[in-house]
Ligand binder design. Structure first.
Ligand code: ZN
Length: 330
């Protein structure tokens, strides 16, 4: 086990320039992230805990086979041997050993995104999206919670995804947000875009989007792709899209005088229904999709109080609609 960057350290450390230019750094004043690039070289990103004392990020690419640095970049200087690079050589030599080269790392293939790639990948991997108030009939809104994505700039990423104008106060974070978003999947970005388009509010403190229930139905196709990371907040259950077809029966009962009521009839309890071109039925955390031949208004009534039919409508229901639905009794 040898000291890290020994070869380069010895090349420079005896020079007067080196001695006069480096910033002395204490152990743990510098943190680093390590990645592998597409050729298997280790890429280190060194950052200081104190930006005042050491305001630069230094990226060093190290060839593990030949034990040498093959590239380095400083975020603040253009010159080859800047004080920050030399200070990091000095720091690494005195505080780090080559055994950190053997530690497991995630291999990344986006060399331009190296700065935080592995870090943000891990954030996204561990993050979940929680939905609340799906079953709460007292509110006409639904919330999507993103606190586990912190410190990712979810609000700004959603603004970028939806191509919205950003306020001046957000401008300094745009570049960061764009970089972070590279760790998100296509579906996650689509999801944030839709949230930004349909949201009625976003809580910075709680990190949640609020939408109206009437818009919820538009989220299902994307949620289906993300079901592995979507949870129902109240129960902690993972959202699950059923692969089975949903068998829904309909019932027509005498209502008042000459009226009849067309209602959905199920043996199992339906937890919530969201009606659209395709409608989605919740049984607890399980989601079933169904295409109904009714207009939205009619379908909504069928699932709620029932849709009122006149006697003369019965013929139509019994023939045309029943063919499509399979009426139980008429
Ligand atoms: Zn520099």
């Amino acid at each position: 086990m040898a000291r890290l960057f020994g070869k380069e350290y010895h090349e420079h450390s005896n020079s007067w320039y080196f001695k006069s230019t480096i910033t002395p750094l204490q152990k743990n004043e510098i943190t680093y992230k390590k990645f592998l690039d597409e050729t298997g070289n280790a890429v280190f990103r060194f950052e200081s805990q104190s930006r005042r004392k050491f305001p630069a990020d230094v990226e060093i690419t190290y060839d593990k086979k030949r034990n040498k640095i093959i590239d380095h970049k400083c975020s603040r200087c253009e010159d080859e041997q800047c004080m920050h690079y030399l200070s990091i050589l000095n720091y690494a030599y005195h505080n780090l050993s080559t055994d950190i080269l053997e530690k497991n790392v995630v291999q990344t293939y986006q060399t331009k995104m190296l700065s935080h790639n592995e870090y943000w990948q891990r954030v996204v991997l561990n993050a979940i999206i929680e939905i609340s108030d799906i079953f709460n009939h007292k509110t006409d809104k639904i919330r999507f919670h993103f606190p586990t994505f912190k410190p990712m700039l979810i609000r700004i990423i959603s603004l970028l995804a939806a191509n919205r104008e950003v306020k001046e106060e957000d401008v300094p974070y745009l570049e960061k947000a764009a970089k972070q978003s590279s760790a998100l999947s296509e579906s996650e970005i689509e999801f944030l875009k839709l949230l930004q388009q349909k949201k009625c509010s976003f809580s910075r403190k709680g990190s949640f989007f609020t939408i109206y229930k009437k818009d919820f139905v538009k989220f299902f196709p994307i949620m289906k792709n993300l079901q592995y990371k979507i949870y129902i907040k109240e129960t902690g259950d993972q959202l699950e899209f059923s692969t089975q077809e949903y068998h829904l029966n309909f019932q027509v009962n005498k209502h008042e005088a000459d009226d009849y009521l067309l209602k959905a009839s199920t043996t199992e309890k339906i937890s919530a229904v969201f009606v659209g071109k395709t409608s989605y039925i919740f049984k607890k955390n399980k989601v079933f999709s169904i295409n109904l031949p009714f207009t939205k208004e009619v379908a909504e009534q069928i699932f709620q109080e029932g849709y009122i039919l006149k006697k003369e409508d019965l013929v139509y229901v019994a023939s045309v609609v029943a063919r499509q639905l399979g009426l139980m009794k008429c």
